[in-house]
Design a protein around this ligand. Sequence first.
Ligand SMILES: [Zn+2]
Length: 216
Amino acid sequence: MASTADIILRPGEVILTFDDGPRAGKTPKILDALDQYGVKGTFLMLGSAAKANPELAQEVARRGHTVGSHTFDHANLANLPRQAALDEIARGEAAVAEALGGAGRLAPFFRFPYLAQTGFLRTSLLHGDMVVLDVDIDSKDYYKESAETVAARTLSRLDARGSGIILFHDIHQRTVELLPDLLAELQARGYSVVRLAPKDSGVFGRSVITAELSDV
Ligand SMILES: [Zn+2]
């Protein structure tokens, strides 16, 4: 029943996603910037990273952000046999859930590493009531470029599109550096950062998205 087609943004709405963490020294600064602007993000954590930094995973959840998963070890699932790929997804989910402990629950949001998917895996996830989180705007914050260049590209793609799910990574210093100014610019340009959250019923739809307007 669940699908990304259910995540429909209104013009001006933005969902911020952060993949591959949590990472000591980086994720806490990302959290501080989001707090400063009173907005919530979605963190697609690696099972291995969450296992290595459980306190940080818990901190993300405690500060009200949505936590999903991104496999255990960032394997390219399109290159794995089907069962191995499903096992890698499940192992990642289990490790993130375990790291969260009682601090929060794992949301059923999943993102493919390298955005490398197959029809089989996508269908399997949907049947398992997982929501595949696609990317509308790739910040490409993994490029060895300045924070300013990455921010300018992201904003210009967002302006061209009008709304969207933006991909960042909370493991890069340039992302830490660009985020406060980017949040200020989103606000100045009239965008609303909305929070992506699962409904308790397990049914996903437009109402899973609740607006969290910046109060700065
Ligand atoms: Zn990734």
